[in-house]
Design a protein around this ligand. Structure first.
Ligand code: NAD
Length: 295
């Protein structure tokens, strides 16, 4: 049983923290939104006023924050986690943030003798609730091995992707594939409509052919072929267009810094930007088919 400080109890963080409590860990949570800490307390967790207080009492600190800006502030700001954690504390940042910030935080943690991993996740709120998340982990082997038993209580698949920042690198590369493939599948279904080819027929053929991919067979953007896909519930998220846009922008930032040309990734970011700006940022990202159809 570990004493765990959990910072960021939003849509993802709260169910993740609840799973750690169920597994017998002592969890002390922090969130700037009091409604979130009330829910953690109701689930049997303790509440700390600040990240500094929680970090100073914890064996393990986990963060699940919106972006690199909050992560930098919470880890490196005055009274941040890196300054407040005791020697030997393990830090796990599961937020999706830019690679550069992840590496800067991990370097600061290492300079203080703290073990740290960047461990962004995929699987969404459903995966967080069911403890079936996939963790993509960057950091030393020593940090990964220590973090593994904690992550196992929140996820099913845990992959060591290499050194610091490589978990974030894996996450943005994966989501760039997802964003591009969802647009490609949407364009194909819209073209089929215009050619008089039935959506179910295209699905039956393509889902068994070389066009097969997750965006088609699990999150199909047209209603019907995949009953569980958000298209069947008016594109209620799921994984929002705003989140896809965030990840595509992170991929573009990383590509720019690394000198990589990602032409379709850049196009996908522009298309999701336009879709989100049209008032649909809160819709599931598969709703992009409505934008494609409207062009
Ligand atoms: P969220 O906005 O619901 O939760 C973030 C929480 O952090 C909020 O409760 C907020 O009040 C809190 N917070 C912000 N600044 C803080 C601070 N300084 N101190 C303490 N708490 C603070 O977001 P989410 O959906 O839970 O996502 C969290 C992270 O997980 C993001 O980086 C997101 O990209 C990533 N992610 C989300 C999903 C998803 O489906 N929601 C899937 C995979 C990855």
């Amino acid at each position: 049983m570990a004493r765990i400080g959990f910072i960021g109890l939003g849509n993802m963080g709260l169910p993740m923290a609840q799973n750690l409590i169920k597994a017998g860990h002592q969890v002390e949570g922090v969130d700037i939104n009091p409604a979130s800490t009330v829910k953690l307390a109701a689930a049997g967790g303790a509440v700390a006023e600040t990240a500094k207080i929680a970090a100073s009492r914890a064996d393990v600190v986990i963060t699940m924050l919106p972006s690199g800006k909050e992560a930098r502030e919470v880890y490196l700001g005055s009274a941040g986690i890196v300054e407040s954690a005791n020697a030997g504390t393990l830090l796990i940042d599961s937020s999706t943030i830019d690679v550069e910030t992840a590496r800067a935080i991990e370097a600061a943690a290492a300079a203080r003798g703290l073990l740290m991993v960047d461990a962004p996740v995929s699987g969404g709120v459903v995966g967080a609730e069911a403890a079936t998340l996939t963790f993509m982990v960057g950091g030393s082997t020593q940090a990964f091995v220590r973090a593994q038993s904690i992550m196992e209580k929140m996820g099913k698949t845990i992959v060591h992707a290499g050194g610091p920042g490589n978990g974030q690198a894996a996450k943005i590369c994966n989501n760039m594939i997802l964003g591009v493939s969802m647009i490609a599948v949407s364009e194909a279904f819209v073209l089929a409509e215009k050619l008089g080819l039935d959506a179910q027929t295209l699905f039956d053929i393509s889902s068994k052919s070389s066009g097969q991919c997750w965006s088609m067979t699990t999150c199909c953007p047209v209603p019907g072929p995949v009953p569980g896909s958000p298209a069947n519930r008016d594109y209620r998220a799921g994984f929002t267009a705003a989140m896809m846009l965030k990840d595509l922008n992170l991929a573009q930032e990383a590509a720019h810094q690394a000198g990589a040309k990602t032409i379709l990734g850049a196009q996908a970011a522009t298309i999701y930007d336009n879709y989100a700006a049209s008032g649909e940022a809160g819709k599931d990202f598969s709703g992009i088919i409505q934008y494609v159809r409207s062009r």
